[in-house]
Design a protein around this ligand. Structure first.
Ligand SMILES: [Zn+2]
Length: 136
């Protein structure tokens, strides 16, 4: 069986604070966040301008860019996201759920990196992955 996982990386600048943290993260501060959306496929598009691809990277961006523009980039995440404490874990899950609700085919995981050394990967069980359809 063939199996590919592709990813699209994204970045945003944003502030947050973790109200329950017992250290400096309780204070308002910002990060240059980086993330990746992972999409998995077991077949490649057979013909046309996207021949040989699991999915055009640009098609992942179609789902992702509105989230970055409306909720993430240059925002205070405690205000724009419906999260009581916007940790990397909570943000990764929120992004995953938005992409899944929008129907991104083949979505398997969202990674969020808060600093160059710290981050997390959120995924759900394989049964919930939106089926990749031919000719997306
Ligand atoms: Zn932080």
């Amino acid at each position: 069986m063939t199996d590919w996982t592709i990813y699209k990386e994204f970045r945003f600048e944003a502030a947050h604070r973790l109200p329950h943290h017992d250290g400096p993260c309780q204070r308002l501060h910002g990060h240059s966040w980086r993330g990746r959306v992972y999409v998995r496929g077991q077949t490649l598009i057979p013909e046309g301008p996207k021949q040989g691809m699991v999915m055009d990277f640009g098609d992942i961006a179609v789902y992702l860019d509105p989230l970055v523009e409306k909720y993430l980039d240059h925002y205070y995440l405690n205000e724009t996201l419906p999260l009581e404490s916007p940790t990397s874990e909570a943000i990764a899950r929120w992004i995953y759920e938005q992409l899944a609700a929008a129907g991104l085919p083949g979505l398997v995981a969202v990674e969020i990196r808060e600093t160059c050394t710290s981050g997390c990967v959120y995924r759900q069980d394989a049964a919930s992955v939106v089926k990749m359809t031919d000719g997306f």
